[in-house]
Design a protein around this ligand. Sequence first.
Ligand code: BDP
Length: 347
Amino acid sequence: MANRIGRPTSLSRRTILRAGAMGAAALATLPLAACGPGGNAEHYFRLAETHPEDYPTTLGDKRFAELVRERSSGRIQIQVFAGGRLGEEADIIEQVQLGVIEMTRVSSAPMAEFATPMGLFGLPYIFDDADHMWRFLDADDGGQKLLGEMETAGFKGLCYFDPGARSFYTTDKVITSPEDVRGLKFRVQETAVIMDFIEALGGSPTPMGYGEVYSSLQSGLLDGAENNPPSYYSASHYEIAPNYTLDEHMRVAEILIVNRSVWEDLPAEDQDLLQQAAADAVPFQKEKWNAQVDADMQKLRDAGVTITRVGDITPWRAATQSVIDKYGEQYAEYLDRIDALRPSSQH
Ligand code: BDP
């Protein structure tokens, strides 16, 4: 059986075979654990990351790995495989679920197909700004509880990293109002909630892996896509789709996850060590994130990208209200928390 975006709902034989092959390929890259600095490691874990080496989430992963190595005196080694070397995110999540890859930093959007509560972050215009999002992510009865909801799907969620805000970009037409999206083909992350968002605006959503977006924009298969400034810049999408409209429709939390059995096999002290190292990597990642957004916005301006700021998101919210109506009940508990954490409800 396939769900609406065509992903298998249970693991196919092909997936398991591919995962096995991937495991073998990854084992071939094990010199770190077999000899050299990782020779004495009791545990060696691979962490898959889609972004390049110097991207802020990758830097967050590496900080986490470094803290774990230091604090365990080298007993626990985590090697970060950046640049999508181990595969596209949806496949990586399956492999982490199987335990073929132990860890990944991944977007919560594709995770929503494995653990539906994560679909919350695909709902449009729910956070006022980054501070509002972080108040929710840090709340025990908000983001922290939500991290725990991945356990039944086989994942231990360690922490969130800053995802920035996603906005539209297009090859030709400059988008200034919700009506401009009508009739255009947009790449979306592989999850139903975000497909509904594009459909609500009258656009046509095309789910695909991140690594395919550049060539699909280039070949004209897509009219546009959407992402935060560091992704838009680092994946060079701005070269082909040089119109960026800052409506900041979503803050799709980045998550750091571990295969649940791998996690449960660790002694409690090592679990605490990993958990604390993840928590301590968060402020570092946020700092890198904010600096990167500023630097990349400048690079985009220098490259001549047409940047359109959306001053008032009221019409955008109105045009996509049907998405909130459709999923409101399912996510009611968390949406209520998010509302209660708006600055306007803070006193
Ligand atoms: C980026 C996320 C990355 C996703 C990508 C996407 O950091 O994890 O793979 O978007 O659009 O912002 O697929």
